[in-house]
Design a protein around this ligand. Structure first.
Ligand code: SF4
Length: 399
């Protein structure tokens, strides 16, 4: 039996008040999502109150304002290890100067969303489903955000969703059965505003399935209030995809928020982005997916980082994702294994990438290998398939 090493963040813990320990904040305020939003760390001055920045970070903070704003909720900020300049949480939310240099292959819209928008704010790339961009704001901003061209309002482009036109497009296109709300983060909307949109979509007969993509349960677990859960559960089937990258993000507060959603009957999936120095090793990913299952969240996708401008310092070679899946498959529960995907540059959609388990294939057999590298032969059927309605075949005669 394998002796599995333990990751330092394998347990659920609470960062508590952390950097805000000395401030006299009432518990009610700390637990209030509005207080958390109002007190986000979003300037160099506030950042330097808590952390000693490297030159790369300092310049990054000063220069990132025209691309993607910096904003970090106190709840999430408290996960930063101030003594570790390579802290995986820090790498995700604090800008560095490397964001200012772009590789020739990088793009401002790597997934070609703008060219697949029949209506402003509605991306229709696959036949039966759409991506509905509700807002350009998030509780905190991820430095590798694929939509950083519009998210945060700092860049040159602006999201201008035309809600009425989008509703009409959905009403008129009967082949659309699945609507994914995203942004930005839809759960930043007030309950009543969000409910108006969800109920309008739910009233369309051919829309079978509603999904919300959100990082709020991780950045701002206080937002997952019983009132929000009560509202969401009126609109089943409704699913939520959360976004976590590192096991440290799954705190006791986040676990409770996810449990509130799961208790409301909402199936939960997780999307991770493979990031250099954050989660690009098997032990970190294995710990993350195990903790997700304990939070009743099914690991769904592991994304190769998109070719977003200024992301090369965070991107890994594609082989790294394959190595991680190889290290998970067979070594842990099938439910814990996300699908590795590359969102094809320019708008080709998600393409699944897998380690190679088929060693040889012909009309007679498949030679396959298992997670231990042992090979096996699976013979193809040799006899013609019998049609039970064909009397000649039943009598064993050839046609
Ligand atoms: S939460 Fe999502 S939309 Fe917002 S910055 Fe992060 S990746 Fe982008």
């Amino acid at each position: 039996m394998e002796n599995t090493p333990k990751h330092p963040d394998s347990k659920f813990t609470s960062p508590g008040r952390g950097f805000w320990q000395k401030d006299n904040i009432k518990q009610n305020d700390w637990d209030n999502f509005r207080w958390q939003l109002k007190n986000r760390v979003n300037s160099l001055n506030e950042l330097e109150k808590h952390l000693s920045l490297s030159m790369d970070e300092r310049s990054g903070v000063l220069l990132s304002g025209d691309k993607l704003a910096m904003s970090i909720t106190p709840q999430f900020f408290n996960l930063i290890d101030k003594n570790n300049p390579d802290c995986p949480i820090r790498r995700q939310v604090i800008p560095t100067i490397h964001e200012k240099s772009s590789d020739p292959d990088e793009m401002s819209d790597p997934c070609g969303e703008d060219s697949h928008m029949p209506v402003p704010g509605l991306v229709h790339r696959y036949p039966d489903r759409v991506l509905f961009l509700l807002t350009d704001r998030c509780a905190s901003y991820c430095r590798y955000c694929t939509r950083s061209r519009v998210v945060s309002g700092a860049g040159e482009a602006h999201l201008q969703t035309d809600f009425e036109q989008a509703f009409q497009y959905l009403e008129n296109n009967k082949n659309i059965r699945d609507v994914l709300f995203s942004g930005g983060d839809p759960l930043l909307y007030a309950d009543s505003k969000l409910e108006k949109i969800i109920s309008r979509i739910r009233a369309i007969d051919h829309i079978e399935f509603i999904r919300i993509g959100t990082r709020i349960p991780i950045f701002l677990p206080q937002r997952i209030t019983p009132q929000l859960c009560d509202m969401l559960k009126k609109y089943h089937p409704l699913w939520i995809s959360v976004h976590t990258n590192h096991p440290k993000e799954l705190t006791t507060e986040v676990k409770s928020a996810l449990e509130r959603l799961a208790d409301s009957g909402i199936p939960l999936g997780n999307q991770s982005v493979l990031l250099k120095g954050v989660n690009d090793d098997v032990l970190t990913m294995r710990t993350l997916v195990h903790k997700l299952l304990q939070c009743r969240v099914r690991p769904y996708y592991l994304y190769q980082c998109d070719l977003i401008e200024g992301s090369s310092h965070l991107r890994t070679p594609a082989a790294k994702g394959i190595e991680i899946i190889e290290g998970l498959r067979g070594h842990t529960s099938g439910y814990a294994i996300p699908q590795l995907v590359i969102d094809a540059p320019g708008g080709g959609g998600k393409v699944p990438i897998n380690p190679e388990y088929v060693l040889e294939k012909n009309s007679k057999q498949l030679v396959i290998r298992n997670y231990e590298g042992k090979s096996f032969v699976y013979p193809e059927p040799t006899k013609a398939v019998i049609n039970p309605l064909d009397p000649a075949a039943l009598m064993g005669k050839e046609n």
